[in-house]
Design a protein around this ligand. Sequence first.
Ligand SMILES: [Zn+2]
Length: 167
Amino acid sequence: MNYCYECGTALIRKPLEKEGIIPYCPSCGCYRFPIFSTAVSMITLNPDQNKILLIRQYGKPSNILVAGYVNQGENAETAVAREIAEELGRQVTALHFNKSEYFARSNTLMLNYTCVIDSESLREVDPREIDHAQWFSFEEAPREIRPGSLAEQFLLYYLDTVNPAAL
Ligand SMILES: [Zn+2]
């Protein structure tokens, strides 16, 4: 970031106590911390916690995880519950944070959670948001998820590192 996002003045680099050198706008008199979006992505489990839900979106043929942006003023856990309600029409009954990754292509910090939902039923899936939703076993899911995607990284981390019985 080279220019102030409020007034367009060239930023200078100024020390800030305990933070180091931070971009600073001399016109506004404000430090300008980097701006990025925050999103949540979910390893969505059925109530028996032995299947993972993968979805297809935006006309693409491969499977990804349920995900969505965090609204301003909303915490990440609320965003998970809201996205699950909006996209799947389901309730979250358990939630566990896994890990985060920065996704440069959309300037987004992705927070990955495991969430258990209240039913395997996919009758309430919103067809305007999701093209296709399907449950897969823990063996099938890594073969079915989009290769090379951040969703794949999160899924493999979950299967390799997070105790599937942790919830
Ligand atoms: Zn400014």
